[in-house]
Every structure is written in C-alpha cells, then in structure tokens.
Design a protein around this ligand. Sequence first.
Ligand code: PEP
Ligand code: MG
Length: 325
Amino acid sequence: EKAALAELRGKPTLTADGVKVDLYCNIGGPGDVNAALEATAEGVGLFRTEFLFMDRAALPTEEEQFQVYRDVAARLEGREAVIRTLDVGGDKDIPYLGLEKEENPFLGFRAVRYCLERTDVFRAQLRALLRASAFGRVKIMLPLITCVDELRSARALLEELKRELDGEGVPYDRDVKLGVMIETPAAALIADLLAREADFFSIGTNDLIQYTMAVDRGNARVAYLYSPLNPAVLRSIRAVIRSGAEAGIPVGMCGEAAADPLLIPLLLSFGLDEFSVGAASVLATRRRISRWSKADADALAAQALVLSTEAEVRALLKERIMGGL
Ligand code: PEP
Ligand code: MG
C-alpha cells in the first residue's frame, strides 16, 4: 500500500481514462509548505490566513503579512497559491479584534462580513496579497460569501488598491484572480450569478454541510446528519460545479470531503477541476482519482443521485468502492 502510494509521488493526477485534474493541498501557514511540496501537491488550494492573526496581541501589519504571503508564493515555484482572506468569527475567535459575543456565532458577524466593515483590516490584507502576487501565482479567495454584493464590494476595494499601488510604483500581478468560496446554501443557489463575476469557485464542504443540513459542525449530538453524502448536499455540489462549468470558470473543493474516497467518483462525474486536501491525503487522493474513468464515475453518479437517503447513497458507494478505498 505504502509502496503503491510512493509510486505516485511527483506524477500528474490523472483519471483512469487520462483526464488531468489538479490536486492541491490545504495549508495553515508557511510551516506547511514543505509538507505540501513533499507530498507532491500541484499547488495550494486553500491557505487559511487566520493563523497570522491568532495567538498574538495585535493585528499583523501589511508588511508582516506581505512577507508571509510572498514567502509562500515564492516557495511554490510557479504553482498556484489560493490564499483566503481572513475567516474570523464562528468558532475562530481572535480576542484583540474585540468582536462581541453573539447568540449564534456561526450566523453572525464573521469572515467577509467582518472584512467589508473593518476595511482598515481588509485593505492591509488585500494590499499584502497584491504585493505578494508579484512573486508567484497568487489567487485571492473570499470566505462565507452569501450574495453578489459582497463580491462586488471586495472587487471594488481590490481595484482601488491596485490604483493605489500603481501610484506608488509597487508591482503586482495585474491579472490576479479573485474567487469565492461556496460554503453557504445562499451561494450555492446563486452560483450562476456569482459565476458571472467570480474568477473561480472553491466549494467549502465543511461549512456547506453545516449550513445546508443546519448542523453545527462541532456538535457530536447531531453529527449523524453531518455528511456530504446527504442528497441535499450532493445536489448542491453538483449544481455549483455545473454553474461554474457553464460560466467557464474553474471549480475546486477545499473542504474535507475532497479527500473522501466515497465522494471522489461523484466529484469526478460532476466535473470538479481541482481537489484540495490535507498533505497527508495527497497521494491517497491521487490514487483514488486514478481508479475512475469518466464513464464509470458517471454510471455510479447516475445511480447515487436517484437515491433518497444518505444511508442508501453510502451503501451503494461502499459496495462499489469496497476494496478500493
Ligand atoms: C470549509 O468550510 O469547507 C473550509 C474549507 O473552510 P474552513 O474549514 O476553514 O471553515
Ligand atoms: Mg469554511
């Protein structure tokens, strides 16, 4: 098993019928870049920038952030780095930001909502990201999008900051991509509208499952409902990928589900362009992808999508994938 995985080191990620997909890695900081490269990930599909803001007494400066983002981008040597803007709130508390305690933190003032109001914080991060884009293939990703307005506001600010950097003679990638996470039912339902204005999608299943199923992702009491194989979640994922494809933008997945052996054939059938997984799952995911041809994945997806319950979907996939996990 180990030897079989080792054979896939440094190989491209191909389906059984030779279709190339991108296999990226999730990282939490520059300390994870080595593991990503070691695992022969083809890029970084999610850099959670929260770590830069946590375990300290005050906001990181633009300069500090720039150095970290540049370092990550440069060490990837031409591979893409999808860097997510600050995803604060929910279960991620940062004391010095002075966020008020809320009755429902997962439904509250967090992520892109916070950034669009605290534009001082957002500007510093976006400027740092733009500056880093001169040193590698940086893509900027917005968390917890629920409406087109949020994307437009972020885009307008980004354009304003580009002009500011032009005025200062500071280099950046003029074509830097701005994409959105699809991790709320609202975003999934308007994926066609978002796709007209976003440069790429990345499906955040950790939150998409939570919000679609109305299940706190950390609550063990209701964890039995927390599964990507629920028909509601599968339909949502399929529709999002379809909307992205119709608009001609790439669609990735950076939630845990991207490495789920049972889900992988369905994601291939739906046409997911990019899988972003933890470093420890890169080679296993490459192998799982290599087992499926489009025709086999399509046949399985057709069967799975007419089933009514999570248990039925799971039983079907388990039976078909048994031994091949
Ligand atoms: C997600 O929600 O799927 C995701 C990747 O983001 P996080 O786990 O950081 O909320
Ligand atoms: Mg999330």
